[in-house]
Design a protein around this ligand. Sequence first.
Ligand code: PLP
Length: 384
Amino acid sequence: MHRIPFAIPDLDQAEINEVVDSLNSGWITTGPKVKRFEENFKEYIGAKHALAVNSATSGLHLALDAIGIQAQDKVIVPVNTFTSTAEVVRYFDADPIFCDIEKDSFNICIKSLKHILNTYPKKDKIKAIMPVHIAGQACDMDPILKLAKEYNLKIIEDAAHALPTTYKGKLVGTIGDITVYSFYATKTLCTGEGGMITTNNDNYAKRIKVMRLHGFDRDAWDRYNTNKPSWYYSIIAPGFKYNMPDLNASLGIHQLKKVDNFYEKRKSIAKKYDQAFKELPQIQTPYVVNKNDKHAYHLYILKVPQRDKFIEELAKKGVGTSVHFIPLHIQPYWKNKYNLNENDFPNAINNFQAIMSLPIYTKLQDDEIDYIIKSVKEIYEKLI
Ligand SMILES: *Cc1c(COP(=O)(O)O)cnc(C)c1O
């Protein structure tokens, strides 16, 4: 049987050589490669600052710190996301207010967002919104920006899926106050583990730089490049250990060069899937809000009948799949902590019962794509 994993990173000799170069140089933690990666990323996005970290989770934590989240504050988070987005709110002993999603795009529902903002009893406690660009399709940012302005909220974008994603022609990365990317092994740019924070705000960038490395007033690399004695540093805050090592940045530098080619490849796979599955009436292919925008297609999410059975049958045929996401309000911790009911977020729960993510990555071969399509069609015929 042919086995097709759900995701494989696309790393080649350039990445390997760069890692070896770092190993030979003797500088393996945060140093010149991270600087270079940040410079290149900043340029790619067109942001004023790009700050590398060791994961998107760390990045989201630093973003909330930068905007000054305090205990008991509230942050609006869509229920359809990875737990990171909400977990970082709890790091402050603050609380997420969960929000339902749009039925078709799976992104945060603007109507539900408005409802929360209109009806929440302690409105002044709400400090931020964290939109998540699910699968790599941008949230509807204009109404979110408008509401943020009206209610004096900051916008922290979870762009873990959203490289490269555009909203009304503009790359995600400078629309909200702070944007956070993930370079986890399965993401559209991978460094093994890693993340990047972009912002146009100098104060946020300054705070993030301090907090990502123990609260040092400048990072280790700078210490070797100024005329202060190299042993000297001052601690100005109780920071974290969230810096990205040069070994990871070595991958990032070369991955970034390929990010547009990677995108074209995933888009062509999505097109093939769309074409093949649109003839199956009970399968819903990804809903594209704006055809002129870039959908990063980090994920290709289908809605299928008998989802559990579908996944089981695909596994029997050797095709790896996943589910993005099990909504947070049915996860034991979140459910119990905030006394949530399954039906509190009807779109999210209905969506969850039908969704399945198919493999979509640049290493996927044409015959594998054909095999996946054929398998989905066979299972469909069998189950319907
Ligand atoms: C992957 C992911 C994260 C976490 O990324 P890490 O780099 O692993 O911390 C956060 N949010 C979403 C939506 C993700 O998919």
